[in-house]
Design a protein around this ligand. Sequence first.
Ligand code: ADP
Length: 418
Amino acid sequence: MQNSEKILVINSGSSSLKLTLYSIGSKQRLATGFVERIGTDAANMIYSRNGETKIEKTVEAKNHAIALDLVTQYLIDPEIGVIKSLDEINAIGHRVLHGGEIFKTATLIDTDVITQLRYLVPLGPLHMPANIGGVEACKKIFPDAQNVAVFDTAFHQSMPAYASRYAIPNEYYEKYGIRKFGFHGTSHHFVTLAASEFMGRAPEELKLVTCHLGNGSSLAAVKYGKVYDTTMGLTPLDGVVMGTRSGNIDPAVVLTLVRQGMTADEIDNMLNKQSGLFGVGGIDSGDMRDIVSNAAAGVATAKLALDMWAHRIVFYIGGYSSLIGGADAIVFTGGIGENSWQAREKVLSRLESIGCIMDEKANSTRRGPCYVSTPDSPVAVIIMPTDEELMIAKQTSEVVSAYRASIRKEEAERDFVI
Ligand code: ADP
């Protein structure tokens, strides 16, 4: 793939669509477009060029194809656009929630792959139809471009069965595919590579615990470049305490609530949208900034939420470190992991027993990429900003380059035979 080549990255949610155009050689983000409230007649659209907002307005976007069409027109606008023609875009990377057990790496999308993605809809009933819709919309607007699916689950496919299976009867795995998949794979993968580069070592020789801490949060034990275990499960509800999600709970809590008369949808809503920092903090916010400031001001429920959040993360970092035979580094990323020194301090102040010696000043003042452990700390602690979209662009570029090389090889072999 040529260095000047443009890669479009699409993140298509149930009612939103985010688009980012990269110049792959310079890793430069040329433009972004975001449309939310798709399906209503008052969708909100933002278009930015080189990080500067150029257009923000209410639009009528009945579906994802219309939303995509609207934003792409700005990409070629003579005044505020960044390319002359949509033909300049030959490769499109799609963020896809679930690859099930079928997809272990990023994959070129053809009709068979679309069929397989449809088969996976039950594993992600909210996200998968939107992800497929994004691919179909691109096929209409960019009929000659190659589409590549980059899966949130793929990086975690290296987990051994004893980490990924639940100890329930085998038939539930065999019949319904119920097992741990893990999510945020693109981010865990990105920071694994970036932290290794930062440490001047190859990922294949490092043992890391990567902590993606945002509204949605997950940790991964990454041994020699491959995921060994991760905190999210069949769905992104499992694991640590999140902005509005409970993380792991005794499964019998659900049964108890069913017996109290709650429906599956009500429990789903409570665990996904009303729980976590929001549900415990008692301040009508699941935003870590509000939790930290209220905890500091003495609000007991906010302090409890923060303590629960840190407790669970310390538990997993210690456990994962032990599972991979001792970590070389703990890597923090995501909105909280990168920005909230108070939240990080809560965790790091309890990790000396596994060899993490926090540099308090560095932790409270530095911004990533950086070390926040002392130079003599046996285990390094690193803040590494994530960039999931850049990772999708890079993987798309690799898949399309490999595809083009295989076509060239086939053509050369055919010419030779003739
Ligand atoms: P999402 O999972 O929605 O992508 P993000 O990674 O954007 O979430 O993280 C959102 C979280 O990051 C919020 O809890 C927010 O409080 C926290 N956060 C973002 N910026 C800062 C900041 N400058 N200081 C402290 N916390 C921050």
